[in-house]
Design a protein around this ligand. Structure first.
Ligand SMILES: NC(=O)c1ccc[n+]([C@@H]2O[C@H](COP(=O)([O-])OP(=O)(O)OC[C@H]3O[C@@H](n4cnc5c(N)ncnc54)[C@H](O)[C@@H]3O)[C@@H](O)[C@H]2O)c1
Length: 358
């Protein structure tokens, strides 16, 4: 049944919850009614700052409210799947932060719950898909502006201090974060390059812990070579030990044009026919400089949360699919888990075969 207003609860009231709360509060068709956190003080703080009526420590109390329509899951990676399964089984739409899950079993369980409830909207956050640059790039690729694609790839060079990893219990653990720089930071650009290329078919890769050995058990560096579903070859590089604070890159080289995008803006553009370079650069620069709403959060989150949360709410109210379905958001998790698996097997991993494996 279509509704005019969506009653939403946020589960997990840490760093990213403030971005979700702010975006939800801006929407006229949303009542943000619950702030839920195992740490009730965190829930109370979010409720106070964003005028949220109810607080809860136990998500079951939130799901027990028959008037609730949807939840936004903003907890650590390993808790996403059980929370999403519980919410979907209770008939609630679900928006879940990245990375959807910390391992393949959790991922399969939450996707199965979503598939069992096709009447519900189940979306995974990848806010950079709403970046005007990547949307424009996708249109240009589809229009053949790049010609035949030769290579494509993604890089995440960032710095994460020991204090960052120590700030929350779940960070830097295989059990709760599911990895580190690859599954947490690089996953955004893994998703973008995989989305632009139509998915990753297979990969080989490895990881190491170079400078955080005494702080985390997971990786602070990872590299991979990939073959995309369209046959194109690609590379992936991630480090959280860089002197560069935050440098997310995506590059694509085609027979007719090359592009490199950094921070959701075109860094380099060159066409084989040089007379076409200025026009392509101008198109991408115009997209990259569109004004963004000021929302709480770090600069590098970008502004895509506002657009994605609005899309999710509209999908719930109108009964359509969200722009980023959970199934589509799961692919980047399969890719990063594939890199970890390739490290251990020493061989190539087929990503589709990864689906649902432990
Ligand atoms: N999209 C982005 O750009 C972006 C940016 C930052 C974080 N994130 C993602 O958001 C998620 C949360 O990250 P964060 O930095 O806000 O973490 P955080 O540690 O600051 O907050 C997580 C909160 O969840 C609570 N929690 C855990 N399990 C719970 C449960 N079962 N019920 C209720 N509360 C529970 C914890 O008590 C904690 O307060 C992660 O998946 C992270 O990767 C995404």
């Amino acid at each position: 049944m279509k509704k005019n207003k969506l009653r939403v609860g946020i589960i997990g009231c840490g760093t990213i919850s403030r971005t979700h709360a702010d975006c939800l509060k801006r929407l006229p068709h949303v009542d943000l009614v619950y702030a839920c956190d195992l740490d009730l003080n965190r829930a109370r703080k979010l409720a106070e700052d964003f005028a949220i009526e109810h607080v809860a420590a136990d998500y079951n109390d939130v799901l027990a409210d028959a008037q609730l329509d949807a939840v936004s899951i903003c907890t650590d990676h390993a808790s996403h799947s059980p929370l999403a399964v519980a919410a979907l089984s209770a008939g609630r739409h679900v928006l879940c932060e990245k990375a959807l899950a910390a391992d393949n079993i959790q991922l399969a369980e939450m996707l199965a719950a979503g598939a069992a409830h096709p009447e519900l909207v189940f979306s995974g956050i990848f806010q950079h898909r709403f970046s005007p640059v990547f949307l424009t790039l996708r249109d240009q690729l589809a229009a053949g502006v790049f010609g035949e694609i030769l290579t494509a790839g993604a890089q995440m060079r960032c710095y994460r201090s020991p204090d960052y990893y120590r700030s929350d219990r779940w960070r830097g653990t295989w059990a709760e974060e599911g990895g580190s720089v690859l599954i947490n930071q690089a996953i955004h650009m893994v998703d973008i390059v995989a989305w632009l290329m139509g998915g990753v078919a297979s990969l080989a890769g490895t990881y190491s812990n170079q400078t955080h050995g005494d702080v985390i058990e997971t990786e602070d560096a990872a590299v991979a070579v990939m073959r995309f579903n369209n046959g194109v070859l690609g590379t992936l590089e991630a480090t959280s030990s860089s002197h560069l604070k935050w440098e997310p890159n995506v590059f694509i080289h085609g027979t007719l044009a090359s592009v490199e995008v950094r921070h959701d803006k075109p860094l380099k553009v060159l066409c084989a026919d040089r007379t076409k370079t200025a026009a392509l650069l101008e198109l991408l620069e115009a997209a990259g400089s569109r004004p963004n709403p000021a929302i709480p959060g770090k600069d590098y989150y970008g502004s895509g949360h506002a657009a994605q949360i609005e899309d999710f709410v509209d999908a719930c109210l109108t009964g359509r699919a969200p722009f980023v379905t959970a199934r589509s958001a799961a692919h980047a998790v399969e890719v990063v888990l594939g890199v970890y698996a390739a490290h251990h097997s020493g061989g190539w991993i087929s990503i589709n075969k990864q689906q649902g494996e432990g």
